[in-house]
Design a protein around this ligand. Sequence first.
Ligand code: HEM
Length: 460
Amino acid sequence: VKPESLSLCPLGTAAAPEQELLCIFGTGDLGRSLGQRLLQTGYRVVYGSRRPHSCGPLPERAQVMSHAAAAQSANLVFICIHRENYDFLETLAPELKGKVLVDVSNNVEKNLYPEANAEYLQRLIPGAHVVKAFNTLSAWALQNGPSDANRQVYLCGNNAEAKQAVSVVATKLGFTVLDRGSVSAAKELEDFPLQLFPEWRLPLRLAVGLTAFFFFYLLIRDIISVYIKEKKDISFRIMVSLANKVFPIVSLIMLSLCYLPGVIAAFLQLYRGTKYKRFPDWLDRWMLCRKQLGLLALGFAFLHVLYTLIIPIRYYVRFRLSAITVSEVRDKNRTPEFDTTMAWRTDSYYSVGILGFGLYLLLGITSLPSVSNALSWREFSFIQSKLGHVTLFFCTFHTYLYGWDKFLRASSYKWYTPPGYMLCLVLPSVVLVLKLLLLLPCVDRSLTRIRQGWERTNPD
Ligand code: HEM
């Protein structure tokens, strides 16, 4: 784009420079919202329409012309029309020559067309400079202006000056621009809005899988086994007792799965003696969904806390308490002796559980973008890594204290199977031991050097 072709102000009116005129093809929702925002930001806007005199309500102060006239009057044209209707643009090739065309389109399905919409547009009008941008924003986000979660505008295109011109507009509208390279990246950008929580998929599947596994494991072990052995129906325990086992167990496993990839990555770096080799794909993908794993784990811990709070008001618990009291009085006629060890044990695991949950909440809150954006990288990594491992330690310790001496009692292993909480302790214990190994001064020193860029030279 030549600078002189950008200037639309007549010479001699320098005292009150006129704002740049931008053109929008398309008067649908997106075209109208974009026009309104551009006008609010101080640009002048001209719409190109097939029927300039009957194209429905448009923002005040915007002009409407035929496509050809509108294209000629501005240097930057937003194409807010569906790809299926692009072919008519070919007839405007002379008017659009040398102009910047901003392709904001999306598709309703992935791989609907062999080439990206922006590439198709570039093929139709080879003389124009196509830039793919704004397609990840909704009409709503455009009209209301950027919010914290919706601040980014991805763009790509082959011409650096054209991209610069679009970046200037996006920045003036209050967005942050992320350049994704040449127009060949357009397909990826066009697939963005079609994604449905991609980074949540793996953690959600894992949560459902673990919940189902532990639900059936504990159902058979704690409820069906009692029915088979003693002919006693305690199926009512599914609702609270079983749920209050499954949820914390899944939570603890998922919390350890947040920290396991970091530990594996550290050992891999130590083994390879360099930080410059790529991690395997599975490890990369695992690391990228740690936040989602952690937030789901927090959700399960929250359920455990809520279920624990209602224990004292449960009919079953109140009934058992009064039945025990009555039988103590009737059969033994004495007050049971106070068991200090029991008091220590229960108070300790409640207290450690509360501390663990408090830190868990802190981890969850600091992983939210609005909070993490306000932290420096050092603060963020201190909370997520150091406090994260402390949280894992507290939650694991809480579960060990809950088990207390039951680990050594043969009666705990019904049908030769361990209780759920013993199974769920395996992974966090492994993660904590590996982390402790990494904290040994000699190991820590080597790892720090590798992370600062030092490489172990291999003899070959
Ligand atoms: C078990 C309390 C936080 C993991 C228990 C139990 C109680 C309890 C009363 C025994 C439940 C039963 O008798 O069935 C609390 C309190 C917490 C807390 C008051 C904080 C306010 C946590 C957290 C975790 C956790 C953050 C980590 C994920 C576990 C596990 C069990 C357990 C794995 C064993 C479940 C079983 O198989 O019975 N907790 N807890 N707790 N808690 Fe917590």
